[in-house]
Ligand binder design. Sequence first.
Ligand code: PRP
Length: 181
Amino acid sequence: MNYPEDIVSEILLSEEEIRKKAEELALKINEDYQNAPLTIVCTLKGAIFFFADLMKNIHIDCRIEFIKASSYIGNTTSTTGNVTISNSNFEIRGRDILLIEDIIDTGLTYYQLKQYFKAQGCLSCEMCVLLDKKERREVPIQAKYVGFEIENKFVIGYGLDYNEAYRNLPYVGVINPKYIK
Ligand code: PRP
């Protein structure tokens, strides 16, 4: 079964715009982490597409790891505030950690991940995020690398889901409200 043709009411970011931004951000990361013991961490699941595009343009010596951080449950369109962290069985002590995220909203996920990595003895913990919904922030935290600041609209595609669907759309779009239950 295909997705409905009108699943998005507006395409916010095309594949091309995202690809260019990933190149741009990767350039900065390449410069900033020249001599660092860097581990780039993809936060599942939403960041997978952005992570892949970014990594194609990262040319420095680094490790890649995956972590699961989840704050939304089922078919809700807002965060629960409770962040669960799993799949984090990799070396953190003495490493510079760069988290890759699809979106930062309330900031609670990043805040809690940062606390977690610090407690495990990382040298530093920064974030590179594709989308920043700044106006929704509940904790004073800011990603070091931001792709695009966006308004408070529910977005899907390029890794972002609604009730686990639509992650595989190749662009970022605003979900048509008629499909929100
Ligand atoms: C999304 C996103 C971030 C978090 C941001 O993850 O990938 O991890 O929400 O929201 P916050 O700033 O309000 O904490 P989600 O919990 O939807 O999991 P997913 O990546 O598996 O879709």
